[in-house]
Design a protein. Sequence first.
Length: 118
Amino acid sequence: QVQLIEAGRGEVQAGGSLVLSCRAAGSIDSIKTMGWYRQAPGKERELVASLTYGGSTLYGDSVKGRVTISETHYKYMVHLQIDRLVPEDTAVYYCAADRLERPPSDFWGRGTQVTVSS
């Protein structure tokens, strides 16, 4: 099994930046992709960004150009940076991981609330 441990600020001002971190623990050798989704109230969960260990990144259309996903010195930890935040970025952000190189869905974190105030 894989556990995903999320960390990051909860409340931020519009126009600012946010960094969320996710660290995998457990059977981490099976992981090929890590990434983030988000779900706003009344909306479906959407992909924010993902990164495969083959070197590919994928960004959601609603955040493209404002988001960067990156590895850290610890292979199974990723950072998600969102710049120029807007209130519409308010959502629960979920870290996810997968055993294949595809948008991750095998394992999920508990989610972390991000609230952007204007």
